[in-house]
Design a protein around this ligand. Structure first.
Ligand SMILES: [Zn+2]
Length: 288
């Protein structure tokens, strides 16, 4: 059933579902981080921070993904400033993540997410129970790649930040462009953007997640899927529906204002809320 407003009955239903669940799987897409202030489609604030990107055609975070940058210097100056804001900065609105954690702390919980901003980890979810399916901004890798190693991005970002010309968006010292410590080739953020993606750092998370899921589907499993639309539905959205459809003891709570409709045969075992996460989680936490 799809809900479009927060009736007291819906709030109670969600609160009871969450409270009574032994196992909770959280599947989170870009919509949850957009609610926390990292909106990949937001343009006005983005261009205020990066006015020089307007002329190259990058008007929001989303445009920067897979973008063919005019120079490596501009590309790395952007990554450094983006990571400074989205990875090391304080999230503008952490509430939806914090509410979600508090509401589900009692349960045997796992998170899988396409978000590379490490917000689950930064907002005190157990890092041993998070699978960052698409990688993380915390790591850099070789773009070739010549090896399965990754390097902590922070060291590079700290070196790059003081060398950025804020008028041009270029580095004042182009020799600072990160190069692979092994082969000297180009580096890239360790996020899934092509066949070059180095998967190895996440294989342990994936194996642990699958082990947990085998156990969880034998009990009362609640799947809470938030903000996962149709950019890459095979990563979070469809797995959440498929897990629910396959296991009779599982129930799905989907929170998604734009794409609420389920496609897998989950029958009555889905509570769909066509709203943003922030007001929903806040209402459940305070009035549930
Ligand atoms: Zn290399």
């Amino acid at each position: 059933m799809t809900h479009t407003d927060l009736s007291p009955e819906l709030i109670r239903t969600l609160a009871c579902r969450i409270r009574d669940s032994e196992y909770i799987l959280i599947g989170a897409g870009a919509g949850l981080s957009a609610d926390a202030g990292y909106d990949y489609l937001e343009s006005a604030e983005f261009l205020k921070r990066y006015p020089y990107l307007e002329r190259v055609g990058v008007h929001c975070r989303y445009h920067s993904i897979g973008f063919e940058w005019p120079t490596k210097s501009m590309e790395w100056a952007f990554y450094a400033r983006q990571l400074e804001q989205d990875l090391y900065g304080v999230p503008p609105h952490p509430e939806p993540y914090v509410r979600l954690r508090e509401l589900t702390d009692h349960a045997n919980r796992w998170v899988f997410t396409s978000n590379a901003d490490d917000l689950f980890c930064r907002l005190d979810f157990d890092p041993a129970r998070i699978w960052t399916v698409q990688g993380t901004f915390s790591n850099l890798q070789c773009l070739r790649p010549c090896c399965a190693d990754v390097w902590e991005s922070r060291t590079y970002v700290e070196r790059l930040l003081p060398a950025i010309d804020l008028n041009t968006g270029e580095l004042t010292d182009r020799s600072l462009v990160p190069l692979c410590p092994r082969c000297g080739g180009d580096m890239m953020l360790n996020v899934r953007g092509g066949s070059w993606f180095v998967e190895r750092p996440y294989e342990g998370q994936q194996a642990a997640f699958q082990g947990w899921l085998r156990k969880a589907v034998g009990g009362q499993l609640l799947v809470i899927e938030i903000g996962a639309g149709f950019n890459t539905p095979s990563v979070i959205r469809w797995p959440c529906e498929a897990i629910t459809a396959r296991h009779n003891g599982a129930h799905l709570i989907r929170i998604n204002p734009q794409h609420p409709k389920t496609q897998f045969p989950v029958g009555e075992r889905a509570t769909v809320v066509a709203m943003r996460a922030s007001p929903v989680l806040s209402a459940v936490a305070t009035r549930g």
